[in-house]
Ligand binder design. Structure first.
Ligand code: ADP
Ligand code: MG
Length: 291
């Protein structure tokens, strides 16, 4: 390997906002045949907004959003920012706890507020009834990300959130396929929301892995590797970091969390999926120049 060519490659990469950790990374881009794409923040903007509120208890929708927002303000998940943004003056939260891929809990004005997925409610001994679960299911089947809100141990409502696919994500998926890669969508979100995004960017239903808990993301990568695939993974979240490390090639979004960037081999500063395709193309081309 001539150092000049390497420098040229990484210099060009830096110009394009693509940071490559070391020379071995170029070699790795040659062999990958599968690319696992995190949904929220990688294929989609990651900037969610509240698209609906279903009231299921004694609190009206504004009050429900205020209580949930107070707890979510302490979360680093995009769901948290979306719910917190709905109320201008949020009360303080104490005894805050959260679980990645689960939800949040805290005390607001003396009330115990739990927000999150069904499993997170179960962990706190809250079991939604059949009618309530029906409401939750309807929200999800519309393609939204739905989260429960419970107050003092009782279900209070369901908040729906939607996210938009980034400009260029569909084009990027096409480019990744042209580079000979099989794109797979991986998310902790529900199946319907995942299917909606997959259809929009051209990922076949068979290559969608939804409802995957953070520790499950690593298992998905490992299973693909055991099937003989050489796997790249692109992600941005705290939850994605172990999967980025497990992948043969980890790619982080520059807008992502520090943990994800530290675990990755490549960081794309512009955070677009097209830059991910560009990173693979550039690395392979640089390698060809060196050889
Ligand atoms: P993704 O893979 O899309 O980034 P995550 O694994 O981070 O998803 O989250 C999966 C699910 O966990 C969310 O769709 C939501 O149901 C729940 N969840 C995670 N964080 C929160 C939060 N701060 N508030 C409410 N629900 C949450
Ligand atoms: Mg994400």
């Amino acid at each position: 390997a001539t150092p000049t060519a390497l420098l040229t490659g990484s210099g060009r990469g830096a110009q394009l906002g693509i940071l490559i950790r070391g020379p071995q990374v170029l070699e790795d881009t040659r062999t990958i045949d599968t690319i696992v794409l995190d949904k929220t923040g990688t294929i989609t903007s990651g900037r969610l907004s509240v698209s609906g509120v279903e009231v299921l208890g004694r609190y009206g929708s504004d009050e429900l959003l205020r209580l949930a927002g107070a707890v979510e303000a302490a979360s680093e998940h995009p769901i948290g920012a979306a719910i917190a943004a709905r109320t201008s003056a949020l009360p303080a939260v104490t005894a805050f706890t959260s679980a990645p891929g689960g939800g949040v809990r805290g005390t607001v004005e003396g009330l115990d507020v739990v927000v999150g997925r069904t499993g997170w409610l179960h962990e706190h001994g809250i079991l939604p009834g059949a009618a309530e679960s029906g409401v939750f299911g309807v929200a999800e089947s519309a393609g939204a990300t739905a989260v429960w809100v419970a107050v003092d141990g009782a279900v209070a409502g369901v908040v729906s959130l939607t996210d938009t696919v980034k400009d260029g994500s569909a084009r990027a998926v096409r480019q990744l396929k042209e580079l000979g890669l099989r794109p797979i969508l991986l998310t902790g979100d529900n199946a319907a929301a995942a299917a909606r995004v997959a259809a929009e960017v051209g990922i076949p239903p068979a290559d969608v892995r939804a409802g995957v808990l953070p520790e499950g993301k690593v298992a998905v990568i490992r299973a693909l590797q055991q099937e003989g695939a050489t796997v790249a993974m692109a992600g941005d979240g705290v939850n994605d970091a172990p999967a980025l490390a497990q992948a043969d090639l980890g790619i982080a979004m520059g807008s992502g969390t520090d943990v994800a960037i530290e675990a990755a081999d490549i960081t794309v500063m512009g955070s677009s999926l097209e830059q991910v395709a560009q990173a693979v193309r550039l690395s392979r081309r640089t390698l060809a120049t060196i050889k």
